[in-house]
Design a protein around this ligand. Sequence first.
Ligand SMILES: NC(=O)c1ccc[n+]([C@@H]2O[C@H](COP(=O)([O-])OP(=O)(O)OC[C@H]3O[C@@H](n4cnc5c(N)ncnc54)[C@H](OP(=O)(O)O)[C@@H]3O)[C@@H](O)[C@H]2O)c1
Length: 279
Amino acid sequence: MKTIVVTGGTDGIGKGLGLYYLGRGDRVVAVGSNPDKGRRFLAEARAIGSGERAEYIQADLSLVAENRRVVAHIAESYPVVDALVLAARYYRSTRYETAEGIEHNFALFYLSRYLFSRGLADQMEAGERPVILDLAGPGGDLLAMNWDDLQFARDYRPDQIMMQCGKLSDLAGVGFTAEHPGSRIHYVLAHPGLTATGFTGDYNEADAALAAGMHDRGQSVDAAVAMLRRHLDNPDPEPLSAYMQHTKIDVGGEPFDPAAARRLADITETVLSGSGQPA
Ligand SMILES: NC(=O)c1ccc[n+]([C@@H]2O[C@H](COP(=O)([O-])OP(=O)(O)OC[C@H]3O[C@@H](n4cnc5c(N)ncnc54)[C@H](OP(=O)(O)O)[C@@H]3O)[C@@H](O)[C@H]2O)c1
């Protein structure tokens, strides 16, 4: 039985993957902020006879302190973590800063992924064939990095933020493999294609209409799960791989520049050291 941790595991693709692996006999720990969704996840797990192998952890992963609390709890509860699925997301039409003073997308889409992957690395090294599956949009141009204003304090543009989130994930993956030479962990960046999910977020009217259209055009969550599970079951042998749906992306190119990854890691450590305890 494998242990699979899913951030954003109570809705959309994260929940679909969680229920699939529960159905297959694995243990799944799903993290999300809305307790109603957590209760529904647990009820669905019970309905497929997997209730005793499902855990829900309620946490607001846009807060660094909450990430640290949950990572510590998981590390203490599970000496072996076989897979970590990074799927938490929340769309915001207008800029919002968390109580810790960090822009919400930067905190939830990026810092949470950074803290979970680094924080559970030891438990993952103990897994049989450990995988980190980061759901984003790999391979975009590094020009999407708003280096002078990563938290978009000056000119908040949700579309640009979304593109930057993809880059932050790419560079987090590059940084992870550089920081863990010889690691057994496979880091996979994957875009499953447009999928009809919860599209969790706080939308203005125009963005809500766009999201509704995307929902109508999206593939089913089951189709996304069918596409993604091979990365968890049988990851490519290299430490870092990236996929745009079924198409493999070269991670040796400019979008995955190691110098950019180091630059981001330095900035990240500075941000984290300013929010509670050091990383
Ligand atoms: N859907 C697509 O077309 C698509 C395409 C490419 C990539 N992706 C990527 O795939 C991943 C999953 O996307 P999705 O569309 O399946 O998402 P979704 O249905 O909107 O679900 C988002 C998940 O994130 C959780 N979440 C949101 N805010 C949170 C917070 N503050 N703390 C903890 N958890 C929080 C939500 O739970 P709560 O509401 O309970 O907090 C939910 O479980 C994302 O990384 C997304 O970027 C999606």
